[in-house]
Ligand binder design. Structure first.
Ligand SMILES: Nc1ncnc2c1ncn2[C@@H]1O[C@H](COP(=O)(O)OP(=O)(O)O)[C@@H](O)[C@H]1O
Ligand SMILES: [Mg+2]
Length: 234
């Protein structure tokens, strides 16, 4: 579904990604794991074209994204749930969800998609008139993911959905990821919470200082001595 070939990107003269290649197949959940500063957020940003592609190629379902501007990426079926959730704290849950449906195709299907998000996340329906900024971290993450689903994407990019949440809530967030998969969405998730994320994805890539260092089935990485020593602390 999504392929990255030798992708380089950065900020001005600072290079954050060096020749990254990866693939996400339809129906898969794939994680990019790595420590703080590895380039995980930058990787999702270059896929969404929030930052420019400085080298290499990105394609979605065989269509090149190389010269597609950020506002059109969503029309090709890619929704990006950004780092730190980025909700509008003084808007209600429902207003935030509406923000995810601004593209043309989505506007006409707003009611249908909203009903779907509320069915998937009944908590959001209960809270639909609450200001997003007054909800708990876990609920805000649920709202951010719901907003991503409002554009009717095929592929969901999730940037550290568990960051900053209490351990019991982290568990709930990963359960959400499981449910989204069961709904048939393809998921690319970046996480520092390596042990937890490897339990909900099929495959993973290890990113270190902007380069893919290792990749494989989740179980393989969970059992890998280097990964365990460096990242799981076992
Ligand atoms: N807006 C920015 N301007 C300049 N450098 C940035 C910016 N955002 C991130 N970086 C740098 O890019 C590198 C990768 O950052 P990031 O992609 O946020 O990593 P991660 O998400 O894995 O923590 C880091 O060295 C970071 O300091
Ligand atoms: Mg990040």
């Amino acid at each position: 579904m999504l392929t990255l070939e030798n992708v380089s990107a950065g900020y001005g003269t600072f290079q954050a990604l060096f020749g990254v290649s990866l693939e996400v197949r339809a129906g898969e959940a794939v994680a990019v794991i790595g420590p703080n500063g590895a380039g995980k957020t930058s990787l999702l940003r270059v896929i969404s074209k929030v930052i420019p592609l400085n080298g290499g190629h990105i394609a979605m379902e065989g269509q090149s994204l190389d010269s597609v501007p950020a506002h059109r990426v969503i029309e090709l079926g890619i929704a990006h749930v950004p780092e730190h959730r980025r909700l509008f704290p003084r808007l209600t849950v429902e207003e935030n969800l509406r923000m995810g449906a601004f593209i043309n195709g989505a506007r006409s299907r707003f009611d249908e998609r909203l009903a779907f998000v509320y069915e998937l996340f009944p908590r959001m329906k209960e809270r639909r008139h609450q200001l997003a900024g007054t909800m708990s971290g876990g609920e805000q993450q649920m709202c951010a993911i719901g907003r991503g689903l409002m554009s009717g994407p095929k592929l969901l990019l999730l940037d550290e959905p568990s960051a900053g949440l209490a351990p019991v809530i982290v568990q709930q967030v990963f359960d959400l990821v499981r449910r989204i998969r069961q709904e048939g969405y393809t998921v690319l998730i970046v996480e520092q919470n390596i042990q937890q994320v490897l339990k909900v994805v099929d495959r993973a890539y290890l990113l270190e200082v902007g380069r893919i260092k290792m990749s494989g089935a989740s179980q393989e990485l969970l059992e890998n001595d280097e990964v365990r020593r460096a990242y799981i602390g076992l």
